[in-house]
Write a protein that binds this ligand. Structure first.
Ligand code: GTP
Ligand code: MG
Length: 454
């Protein structure tokens, strides 16, 4: 769906990451793509007559006509290309110096370096990709788990558009029912009709709520599940962090207060992208000022975490989780640490998990708990398309709010016009979500977050 037809200039950017590699790919897109490339790439026959989507071998030449590299070129003619414009892709040997030189040459001949996301933005504007498909390109590239990859792929195939279009269609049907009744009877619709509308709005609300829950979980998975390791000093937090990671990432010592600042480390585990955070031990008065700073940092992380492992030594007299932790609304796994060195008599109460990160006792059990919690926190209901970013979620949340107002209005017996108004606003939010209704600044904002060359 083209928002605005524009005549664009010709842009170029490397598609591949800078560094020594087997190949380096440069894409040139725009009205002068072919003529610009023809000046730096010499082939036996004329490039302008070359067939599209066939690989052509030739020489990249410098200003004096000296060969810089043997390279391959693929042409795509408008509109059958990624951007919908004439596109040329240069496949060079993966030398950073060569890539820079070729980019310089292309600029000399009139190409402008592409902004981040500019190719994909053009693809959207030229109707090659919907906004949701375009956003899914970024999600696919950055996916850290197989689950996220398959969701992004479903979105790229247009499944999210289909799902949201279905919501819009249902809203339009309800609006039509309301307006028809108005037109024909010029007064209130019958109570039976109102009841039917209420039911339809209710079903839609349910489906949108489910979609919101799935989106929240998917976004959480995308951000990485933040697992906070908390507890008193010397409880064995850093030892557990190292045991989970499988290497000595953090300093361990028998001096309480060893970890001062928090330490973050990614941990890929059973298809989940976790982020482990080791923290400064929490204790009261005896902490020095620097340590106290660390403690307040630890506590400030509680709200932002997705899960907490709370550790207390098995020999400790009190098995209590501090109130700030208990009431944070985050799942907590309580762990009784140093189980190997416990007193024979000590038995931690349920649900404390006895554990020794040093000898490995119950490490498997802990991992199983982690996996279960992670599974629940990232549950997105089956497979297929799901909203994957905050922008999308915010529009759906607002659509849900307008629907709720419509439902309340129906229940309170408000005029049909009032109900219709809320429904229309809900439908508009969906149009902003899918990009059917979008401002140019918004586009720049969305695509500006892409990487260069995408
Ligand atoms: N016997 C035994 N000792 C442990 C275990 N885990 C940790 N320790 C020891 O307990 C001491 C403290 O361990 P750390 O991992 O540094 O504890 P921490 O909770 O990170 O401590 P702070 O950073 O000071 O808050 C070290 O001497 C560890 O070797 C365990 O499972 N069994
Ligand atoms: Mg520590």
């Amino acid at each position: 769906m083209p928002v605005m037809k524009k005549v664009f200039d010709t842009i170029a950017a490397p598609l591949t990451v800078r560094g020594e590699a087997a190949v380096s790919l440069i894409r040139i897109s725009g009205p002068d793509a072919l003529s610009i490339v023809a000046e730096v790439f010499k082939t036996r026959s004329s490039l302008s007559k070359a067939p599209a989507r066939k690989v052509i071998l030739g020489d990249i030449v410098d200003g004096e006509g000296h060969c810089l590299d043997r390279a391959l070129v693929t042409l795509f003619r408008a509109p059958a290309s990624y951007t919908g414009e004439d596109v040329v892709e240069l496949s060079l040997h993966g030398s950073p110096l060569l890539t820079d030189l070729v980019m310089d040459r292309l600029q000399e001949k009139g190409a402008r370096p592409a902004e981040p996301g500019e190719f994909t933005q053009r693809a959207f504007i030229n109707g090659k990709l919907t906004l949701l498909e375009a956003e899914s390109v970024a999600d696919l590239i950055s996916a850290k788990t197989p689950a996220l990859l398959s969701r992004a792929a479903a979105n790229l195939k247009g499944e999210l558009d289909t799902k949201l279009l279905e919501f819009t269609r249902r809203m339009t049907d309800i609006l039509a029912a309301l307006n028809l009744a108005l037109d024909f009877e010029e007064e209130f619709i019958t109570e039976t009709d109102r009841e039917a509308v209420r039911e339809q709005v209710g079903h839609l609300q349910e489906d949108i709520r489910r979609e919101i829950r799935n989106a929240r979980n998917a976004i959480r998975e995308k951000n990485g599940l933040h697992v906070l390791i908390l507890g008193p000093p010397n409880a064995g937090k850093s030892t557990l962090m190292n045991a989970l990671l499988g290497h000595e990432r953090v300093l361990v010592s028998d001096t309480p207060g060893t970890t001062r600042d928090y330490i973050t480390e990614p941990f890929f585990f059973e298809g989940h992208a976790l982020i482990l955070i080791d923290t400064a031990g929490i204790r009261g008065e005896e902490a020095d000022s620097l340590e106290r700073l660390g403690i307040s940092k630890s506590l400030s992380l509680v709200e932002k975490s997705d899960m907490i492992i709370y550790m207390s030594e098995a020999g400790s007299s009190s098995f209590e989780i501090p109130e700030t932790v208990r009431e944070a609304g985050v799942p907590v796994i309580p762990v009784a640490s140093k189980w190997d060195a416990r007193e024979e008599s000590s038995v931690p109460p349920e649900p404390w998990l006895p554990l020794s990160a040093l000898t490995g006792i119950n490490m498997e059990k802990l991992k199983q708990r982690l996996s279960e919690e992670a599974g629940q926190l990232t549950e997105t209901g089956g497979s297929g398309a799901v909203l994957l970013n905050r922008r999308q979620l915010d529009h759906l949340l607002r659509a849900g709010e307008h629907l709720e107002k419509a439902q309340d209005a129906l229940i309170q017996g408000a005029y049909e016009e009032v109900v219709s108004d809320f429904l229309r606003q809900a439908a508009e939010e969906l149009e902003m979500l899918t990009g059917k209704r979008i401002m140019e600044e918004m586009l720049n904002h969305i695509f500006g977050r892409f990487c260069i060359g995408k």
